[in-house]
Design a protein around this ligand. Structure first.
Ligand code: HAX
Length: 441
């Protein structure tokens, strides 16, 4: 990893110097205003974070260091005979800010293979949990058990110069990314395949090996995993999982602690758990209508019923996006290539035609279009992965690439403890009455 770490360091030094000079000259520049409604409404639209790895535009969608998902699919290295990007390449791009050479990508794949050993106590910890424990809970507990391996925690305890933080966060991040597929695959095989575990294949890439350890040898499933791990990796800094990792990391909690905290946020149904909610919702729809191929009229009725019960339509809407999520488009393209006649996948496409006008007609939904989670489950079911409670774990493994690349940047740029100011409604009312101090005098 030496070469990549050196390149990252060189890039980060330039950016850190640049930021220092920029703040010296422009630190007082006003970049926006905050409306009272925004602090009561999830801080929507308030720019308050720096995240170097990707940027989200409401209409253009996600760009990783300025590259769109179609760009990544074209430009990043592929597995032999494959056509989807290797997520290791995206990790390099997020970390170093430029597209990798194929050799860089293969170098990362082999480093991740070498560092993927998971100590037995992690598996023992998972084994101590009741079988009905949700896979995301098992996953986060597994990551917490693995925290014994944090170099950052050990070196901090022994006394470390703050200039060295980034380097050990970098090492921990690489170790963690390398080990996560083993933990995730272990949970999958434990919960759904009778504990019949599969050893890693040292010749495969990171996502291909993950598919292999879960028990999926079909080459096109491996391709799906490469695409899946790429498109779910990062969505700029303000989403719940990325923001949490950044926040917790700012307390100098080590990468294991910070990542686990973020994944507890990913496990919420308005965030990453939406991928299981979508397929559960579709299965319930099929069950209720007793058909595998519901008509658009039947889907419309079911959507209206969901709304009338005060529930959200999972997989639709977004806090920032105002158009169809390009991550949905990428999966739809994959579906058209690999399984154009699959009835469940076709139902996802029919839902896409039906839901937006219904949500639009409510007059309050700011984005009626599908997000990433609207599509992913149907592709997995096609290959036989029907255990939808596991889906958010796949998302979590991918999300590690973005949030940990960002954490390396946070420490390399010396970002301080994050601590925004809060107010109470009593104080807000005093402001509105023109009283200047928070105590009303
Ligand atoms: N179905 C029904 N109502 C919806 C809706 C949907 N899919 N999306 C938004 N709304 C409602 C909101 O619940 C809100 O209603 P109230 O005013 O009655 O509370 C209103 O429309 C305005 O919400 P908004 O401003 O458009 O959306 P938010 O920024 O507040 O929330 C969410 C964004 C993603 C949380 C929201 O669209 C939602 O709940 N979607 C369904 C769950 C989902 O798919 N989540 C995954 C999002 C992507 C992601 O993070 N993946 O990991």
């Amino acid at each position: 990893m030496g070469i990549i770490k050196d390149r990252f360091r060189a890039k980060a030094d330039i950016v850190a110097t640049d930021i220092k000079e920029m703040l010296k000259e422009h630190g007082d520049k006003v970049i926006g205003e905050v409306h009272l409604s925004q602090i009561y409404q999830g801080m929507r639209g308030i720019t308050g974070l720096v995240s170097e790895t990707s940027l989200l535009d409401a209409h253009d969608g996600i760009r990783f260091r300025s590259y769109s998902i179609p760009d990544l699919r074209k430009k990043l290295a592929k597995a032999p005979g494959g056509s989807e990007p290797l997520p290791e390449g995206l990790f390099y791009l997020m970390l170093c800010g430029e597209l990798p050479e194929d050799d860089d990508v293969h170098h990362i794949s082999s480093v991740l293979q070498r560092r993927s050993h998971v100590p037995n106590h992690v598996f023992d910890t998972i084994e101590s949990l009741p079988m009905n424990t949700h896979p995301m809970t098992q996953f986060v507990i597994g990551v917490m058990a693995l925290q014994t391996e944090s170099q950052f925690a050990k070196k901090y305890a022994a006394g470390m110069n703050k200039k060295d933080y980034w380097e050990i966060v970098f090492d921990d991040s690489m170790d963690l990314i390398a080990r996560l597929p083993r933990i995730a695959a272990y949970i999958y095989r434990r919960k759904y395949k009778g504990g019949d575990h599969i050893q890693p294949n040292g010749l495969l890439d990171w996502a291909g090996n993950f598919a292999h350890m879960m028990g999926y040898e079909d080459e096109s499933f491996k391709e799906l995993m490469r695409l899946y791990m790429t498109i779910h990796a990062d969505h700029e800094g303000g989403n719940v999982s990325a923001h949490t990792v950044h926040l917790v990391g700012s307390a100098l909690s080590d990468p294991y602690l910070a990542y686990a905290a973020g994944m507890n946020g990913l496990a919420g149904p308005l965030h990453g758990l939406a991928n299981q909610e979508v397929i559960k919702w579709i299965f319930e729809l099929l069950e209720e209508l007793k058909t595998e191929t519901p008509t658009k009229e039947q889907i419309a009725e079911y959507v209206k019923k969901t709304l009338s019960e005060g529930k959200v339509v999972p997989g639709y809407g977004h806090a920032v996006l105002r158009k169809t999520d390009p991550r949905f488009d990428a999966q739809m393209e994959f579906g058209k290539k690999h399984m154009p006649d699959d009835p469940l996948v076709n139902t996802v496409w029919n839902i896409y035609e039906v839901v937006p006008p219904i949500l639009e007609s409510l007059g309050k939904v700011k984005n009626p279009w599908p997000n990433v989670d609207a599509h992913s489950g149907a592709l997995l079911v096609h290959y036989g992965m029907k255990e939808y409670e596991f889906y958010t774990v796949l998302f979590a493994v991918s999300r590690a690439l973005g949030v940990l690349a960002s954490l390396c940047w946070d420490r390399a740029l010396g970002f301080p403890l994050e601590r925004p100011k809060s107010v109470s409604t009593r104080v807000v009312k005093l402001w509105l009455e023109g009283k200047e101090t928070i105590w009303g005098d």
